[in-house]
Design a protein around this ligand. Sequence first.
Ligand SMILES: C[S@@+](CC[C@H](N)C(=O)[O-])C[C@H]1O[C@@H](n2cnc3c(N)ncnc32)[C@H](O)[C@@H]1O
Length: 127
Amino acid sequence: MIKLIDPAAITLVEADPKCCQQLRRRFPQVTVLEGLVENLLDELVVPGEPLVLVSSVPLFSLTEEQRGAILSAYERIISSARQCRVVQFTYVPWLPGAQARRFCGREVGSVWRNLPPAWVWSSTHTS
Ligand SMILES: C[S@@+](CC[C@H](N)C(=O)[O-])C[C@H]1O[C@@H](n2cnc3c(N)ncnc32)[C@H](O)[C@@H]1O
């Protein structure tokens, strides 16, 4: 991602403080926010601007309530962006429920050399 997009235009949200420290060390030009994405996302989006949302939150290990809160936050920002490209990773080749399917769209690839293997989902949303 860092090779494709100006790092100054990238904002990362991560819940784990140690992981945040590592990300800041490794990608000093990127903005790293520590916290829960469902609490921070609404502040990040500029309404009417295009948006690329790349998510690796572990949809399957969250409680149903947490998953619903995250996916609802994603859906809110998608609807306020002019155009949005969504990319989500999972470690199983399916998605947990209708809201995730609506948000993540279709499978666009699998990465068997990842440990564990990963599936990549993507969709485009236009307001
Ligand atoms: C599968 S790991 C992905 C790690 C790394 N971001 C990557 O893409 O390689 C999932 C990460 O999501 C973070 N996470 C889980 N729930 C979260 C939430 N509600 N908000 C922000 N980060 C969360 C975990 O701390 C963990 O680092």
